[in-house]
Design a protein. Structure first.
Length: 297
């Protein structure tokens, strides 16, 4: 059984079963757990009662030091002993499904559920460059792989930076390089969900999803200095915006710069715009209006 899961106002205590991730067995041999996203007004006693477990079960499962301090939007893992919402005594792990909303991107959805972005892509048969649209259904993998995104000798993910700080960094970089801040916010949201501590399947890093070779060139050549786009969030954002500025100068428009940011400038010049690059650019341009209207953070 799968449950369609949305975000935001669609989640309420009255439909709390729609907020627990009902599990479909994937053949593991541990007791199943499932996730619940804390809603406004919830107490840990409410959550325990509604899920048929004890407060101490939830405290132990989540390593909570102060069970009175749960906050709206926090994910709590609920132990399932074979009689609750998911699984059986012999099986664990599983999937829920999520209905994509306007402005969603893989990085945001992965962060929302606390899952590995590569696991999310793999569960849906997608690559990082694939497009998703409102109404699409994504499988959310419960069981996280043990391997890290930095396997294979790549640098580890960068540091966590809160989204309010990232918002102002994006704004400052956009103004400094003569961009519409809402458009730059949209590019970064589409690329990473405003997440610095993330690496794509293609080894692109951080908020602006930069390849290390690109950053090694663009930092000195455009930003005028050596940059660390893995460990320094501002370097990542400024280098990405600087590189976009270079593309706009070479290509002649914001639209073509966006296409080149995904596809590569020389490929656009030699091969024309690929359909996925056109869709990428148009989606970001549309998303810009959502930021301007306050519908996105």
């Amino acid at each position: 059984m799968r449950l369609h899961v949305g975000r935001g106002a669609r989640w309420s205590i009255g439909t709390m079963v729609a907020l627990a991730l009902l599990l479909v067995s994937i053949g593991q041999t541990a007791l199943a757990d499932y996730a619940y996203v804390v809603q406004e007004g919830d107490t840990i006693e409410d959550v325990a009662w509604n899920h048929g477990v004890t407060v101490s079960d939830i405290v132990e499962q989540n390593g909570l030091e102060n069970p009175d301090l749960i906050v709206t939007g926090q994910t709590l893992w609920i132990p399932d002993y074979g009689t609750g919402a998911g699984g059986s005594d012999a099986t664990g792990g599983g999937y829920a499904t999520y209905i994509v909303e306007s402005g969603d991107w893989f990085g945001y959805i992965a962060n929302l559920f606390g899952v590995d972005i590569d696991a999310l892509l793999s569960a849906n048969g997608l690559s990082y460059d694939d497009m998703i649209h409102p109404g699409d259904e994504l499988v959310i993998p419960y069981a996280m792989p043990e391997e890290t995104l930095s396997a294979g000798g790549n640098p580890p993910p960068g540091p966590f930076t809160d989204q309010e700080t990232i918002r102002w960094m994006l704004y400052d970089a956009a103004v400094a390089y003569g961009w519409d801040p809402y458009l730059i916010m949209s590019i970064a949201w589409y690329e990473s969900g405003w997440t610095q501590d993330i690496i794509s399947w293609a080894d692109a890093y951080g908020v602006m999803q930069l390849l290390l070779d690109t950053a090694a060139w663009a930092g000195p050549a455009i930003a005028g200095r050596d940059v660390d786009v893995v460990n320094n969030t501002w370097d990542n954002i400024e280098t990405g915006v600087a590189f976009l500025t270079h593309l706009r100068n070479e290509m002649g428009s914001d639209y073509l710069a966006l296409c080149a940011y995904l596809q590569g400038m020389y490929s656009v010049q030699e091969d024309g715009i690929f359909p996925e690059a056109r869709e990428y650019a148009l989606d970001i341009i549309s998303m810009r209006d959502l930021f301007a209207s306050g519908e996105l953070p």
